[in-house]
Design a protein around this ligand. Sequence first.
Ligand SMILES: Nc1nc2c(ncn2[C@@H]2O[C@H](COP(=O)(O)OP(=O)(O)O)[C@@H](O)[C@H]2O)c(=O)[nH]1
Ligand SMILES: [Mg+2]
Length: 146
Amino acid sequence: MKRVMIIGAVEAGKSTLIRALFNDDQPARKTQTLEFHDWIIDTPGEYSENPLYYRTLMATSLEAGILVMVQDATRDRNYFPPGFSQGFPNTPLGVITKIDHPEANVERAIGFLRESLGEGEIFLTSAADKRGIAELRESLLLKISG
Ligand SMILES: Nc1nc2c(ncn2[C@@H]2O[C@H](COP(=O)(O)OP(=O)(O)O)[C@@H](O)[C@H]2O)c(=O)[nH]1
Ligand SMILES: [Mg+2]
């Protein structure tokens, strides 16, 4: 089974998303290091924000078939460099988190993600109200088993 590696800025909602994918409603604690959860690899936000860690992300991506790039719908900037997905050997897809949030701007988030993701599929999600979670889970499971 191929794994799914999840990347994105500090506090983007990566770990909370992973918990939602596993139907776990416990709050996520700060991710200090790479964490392997069954078929998902969680990464600290610093690894996506600081170029010193890009090599670690690249090396870890060899253990994954799918790369999930997370963009927080409430953020007013893109934390990934342009074309970032092209540096990885994985099939990339995008996930927008926190679409339930009063300050969410989904169109803006899609724009940011497109700069770095390219053509990949984008899923709109909320771990708070569970929108998009079942669809994302189904799609990921299909891709890693196929
Ligand atoms: N409103 C809202 N807040 C969220 C959602 N997902 C995560 N958060 C909050 O965003 C913060 C960072 O979440 P976390 O999963 O630790 O981010 P990570 O650093 O990317 O792993 C926490 O306070 C979460 O409660 C969501 O879907 N909606
Ligand atoms: Mg985390």
